[in-house]
Every structure is written in C-alpha cells, then in structure tokens.
Design a protein around this ligand. Structure first.
Ligand code: PEP
Length: 259
C-alpha cells in the first residue's frame, strides 16, 4: 500500500517564532516512532529557516510560492518567494491553490497553473487543492467544478516528464467542509477522489492518474482521521486547525499506523 501522507497546514499561525518552535518540537517528540507515513509540516514562510534546522522524520512544506524562479524580463516581484528559495531551505512540498487564497487574495486557476508548473519543474512536490463551494454542491455541480479546476490548474503541465508529474499530489478539499462547516462524509469524499483520479487518467496521463496520491482535507480530527485513512484510495489527509495542537496532530498521524 502507498505511504499515507499527513500534511499540516498551519495557515497564518502561530503568532510568534517561539511558539512555532515549541509546536514543532512537541510534534516531533510525539511522532518520533512513526513509520511508513509521510508527515509534512507547512508553517508560514517566515518560520521555515528556523524549523528547517530541526527537521527529523518530518518533511517541510510551504503554503504557497510564486510562479517565477527569479527576477526576469517579465518583471521583478516584490514580496514573492520562489520555489528555488524554498528548495534551498529544505522544503520538499508546496501547497498550491488553497481555497482561502482564492477567496481572500484573488488567486485564479491560471495563476495556480503557472505555480504548479514551476514547482514541478523544480522537482518539488506540489499539493494542488481543489474543491467545490457549498452552493456548487447544492446545485449538483461538484463533478463539473472539479473537472474544470483540474483542467485549468493542470493545463501547462501536460508536457512535463513522467518523473516531474509523479510529484503531483491533489488535495480534495470541499470548501464547505473546511473549518467549522465540516467534515464531508467518507463516502462522498471517496466518490469525488475516485472521480478526480479518473479525470487525471483520462484527460492528462493514464499512468500518473493510476498512481497519483489524492488526499482529503476538511475538518479532520483524531476522531475522524482513521475513517478516511483506512480507505485505500484516500492517500492521506490535509489538516488545518487540528495541526496546531501537537497532541491532536500526533494522534492523527498515529491513525495512519493502524492501517
Ligand atoms: C485546510 O484549511 O486546508 C483545512 C483542511 O482546514 P481544517 O482542517 O481546519 O478544516
């Protein structure tokens, strides 16, 4: 069975570097005996250098990155962080297209597409978030929306090598299930994850579609994590608020050990 991937998205937390180090150290201590599970912590950019030096059996990820690797004739990019900078800090994963970035910052599928391309070209692992809103779900448009998001966000990667494409991970995150609204039922998550795998195999690359890791995100806790992780086709979980409590997050990673 494929290794389960457990991703912590700390979002814009915690408030200080000291707390970030404490949280990381507590997680590290609690999961030191974890085997056969890929644990990825994605702190805010500013904490990455300090957490990097402490990395052990935990992989490091960022919550976003820019679509250029350096200043080019297309421009200079004040405030942005490039994939090569992240790589230099020991990051191996980059979350892309999180719904909060679309909602609050206006990130579009076209921007996300460019980011996925540059991340994969840098041999980093891209965790591309896709998911429908409550309104779209209620209108019975979930599959149509997911297909469109995949088509737009993966458009520019069709020509990449199989080795680069193998670094693509999809996070199915129904927007209505993130935070207080969720979670989604396991059967509904599974149905949509199988649909995403089918679309990737059919429209992009059959081999990648067959082997791609698709993880679920939305209100995961230590109480419900096992129900998702036990499904063979759900290759892991993306954890938001529960990843800010070391015991809770450690307990989620331990659920993956029971399978
Ligand atoms: C997320 O923001 O990606 C997420 C899954 O959040 P939460 O676990 O808090 O629902």
């Amino acid at each position: 069975m494929m290794k389960k991937i457990i991703v912590a998205n700390w979002k814009m937390n915690p408030a200080t570097l000291q707390e970030a180090k404490q949280l990381f150290n507590s997680i590290k201590k609690s999961i030191k005996n974890i085997k056969n599970t890929e644990v990825v912590i994605c702190p805010p950019f500013v904490y990455l250098p300090n957490i990097k030096s402490q990395i052990s059996n935990i992989k490091l990820g960022s919550q976003d990155c820019f679509w250029e690797n350096s200043s080019t004739n297309r421009g200079a990019f004040t405030g942005e962080i490039s994939p090569s900078m992240l790589k230099n800090l020991g990051c191996q994963y980059v979350i892309l297209g999180h719904s909060e970035r679309k909602q609050h910052i206006g990130e579009t599928d076209e921007m996300i597409n460019k980011k996925v391309e540059v991340v994969l070209k840098n041999n980093l692992r891209a965790i591309l978030c896709v998911g429908e809103t409550k309104k779209e779900r209620e209108a019975g448009q979930t599959k149509k929306v997911l297909k469109k998001q995949l088509e737009k966000c993966l458009k520019k990667i069709i020509g990449l090598s199989n080795r680069q494409l193998a670094n693509l991970i999809i996070a199915y995150e129904p927007i209505w299930a993130i935070g207080p609204g969720g979670p989604c039922s396991v059967s509904e998550a599974l149905e949509n994850i199988l649909f995403l795998k089918k679309i990737i195999a059919r429209n992009f690359n059959q081999k990648i579609g067959k082997n791609i890791s698709i993880i679920y995100g939305g209100s995961i806790t230590s109480q419900n994590a096992f129900d998702f992780l036990k499904e063979k086709e759900i290759n892991g979980v993306l954890v938001g608020s529960a990843s800010l409590k070391a015991d809770e997050f450690a307990s989620i990673t331990k659920q993956a050990q029971k399978i």
